[in-house]
Design a protein around this ligand. Structure first.
Ligand code: NAD
Length: 324
């Protein structure tokens, strides 16, 4: 079996190994190919004689699958699999798998890295101390932003799946109440502190909103001018799911007006971010370069599951298939 990894660098910049895949076949591993859907020729050329294609963010479009590559298997090195046209793959009998659970705890932890930055601005205050301001201060303390205590506040979790539920557990540990919105309701997940709510209620009653729905047509643009208008003034929004869940120009406007007091996002509509994207230069907006998934512990789990997925496919009983 010939296995082509189209963009292996972000999973493994050199601190873990590809040996699991090497045991399954002949491995060709490119650090990167392209993230642009238009650059199909380069992608087609690289996968032309591959039996199995492994991609993280290199798009596999209908046009690519129509070019009649030999490929029978596409392994996505991520939870979100919107880079692959799964309908086109299904029609052509190509199995597509994802990695459902490797990053749940890492992403949930990262939600709070963003949130706590808005609560305390640790890096900013440490910088002022480094620059000598505390040593010259008349008072024993000072702060440059309102400091926020989370206990007693409400977090709206939009998408109460694996990551959403893990975020809820941490929020409760901080003393928060949780309003969970999901299209599937499982009342057994409710506790004294965690209750299901309608989307409207979760948006309207939350001090913090954390996005965990996948990117589907039904969720694209979910956070827009009109849904933001229904939120509390001064809401903090965290997006660690997918950039296009948020209409970016509406978010810029809401941050500039102060309606949204903080937007922490690990993802943007176009990645890598476009040089003229206004978000990073908008007040109270912190954008990180899609790193929630990337602690080494999580990447090792991801690599092991990706290898297991391909091994299961090779044995004729594929697992983690997203286009049945
Ligand atoms: P999951 O499938 O366990 O949970 C998603 C939840 O969303 C499910 O409960 C589902 O019922 C719900 N849902 C789907 N469509 C909905 C809709 N239209 N309305 C309401 N609810 C809807 O997925 P997960 O493991 O929690 O991951 C969530 C997302 O996080 C992934 O899709 C991926 O995009 C993103 N992610 C980001 C990173 C990162 O590094 N930033 C890493 C891993 C995952």
């Amino acid at each position: 079996m010939k296995i082509v990894v189209l963009d292996g660098y972000t999973l493994n910049p050199g601190d873990i190994d590809w040996n699991g895949f090497k045991k399954l076949g002949e491995l060709v591993c490119y650090d990167r190919t392209t993230t642009k859907k238009e650059e199909t020729a380069k992608i087609i050329d690289r996968i032309a004689d591959a039996d199995a294609v492994i991609t993280n963010k290199t798009p596999i479009t209908r046009e690519i699958l129509d070019s009649k590559p030999k490929v029978k298997y596409i392994g996505v090195l991520a939870t979100g699999y919107n880079v692959v046209d799964v309908d086109a793959a299904r029609e052509k009998g190509v199995v597509v798998t994802n990695i459902p659970t490797y990053g749940t705890t890492a992403v949930a932890q990262f939600v709070f890295a963003h949130l706590l930055e808005f609560c305390h601005h640790v890096a900013h205050h440490a910088e002022t101390v480094k620059n000598g301001r505390w040593a010259k201060s008349e008072d024993f303390c000072y702060w440059d932003y309102p400091l926020i205590e989370l206990a007693g506040k409400t977090m709206g979790i939009i998408g109460f799946g694996r990551i959403g539920q893990t975020v809820a557990g941490i929020a409760v540990a901080f003393g928060m109440k949780v309003l969970a919105y999901d299209e599937y309701v499982d009342k057994s997940r409710e506790t004294d502190s965690i209750k299901y709510a309608s989307l409207d209620d979760a948006l309207a009653k939350s001090d913090v909103i954390s996005l965990h729905v996948p990117l589907f047509d039904s969720t694209r643009g979910l956070i827009n001018k009109s849904t933001i208008a229904r939120m509390k003034d001064g809401v903090i929004i965290i997006n660690t799911s997918r950039g296009p869940l948020v209409v970016e120009e509406d978010m810029v406007e809401a941050l500039e007006s102060g309606k949204v007091a903080g937007f922490g996002s690990d993802v943007v509509e176009v990645e890598p971010i476009a040089p003229d994207n206004k978000l990073p230069r908008t007040r109270n907006c912190h954008i990180t370069p899609h790193i929630a998934w990337a602690p080494k512990e999580a990447r090792i789990r991801l690599m092991n599951i990706a290898v297991d997925n391909l091994a299961a496919f090779a044995k004729g009983s594929p697992v983690n298939v997203v286009n049945k």
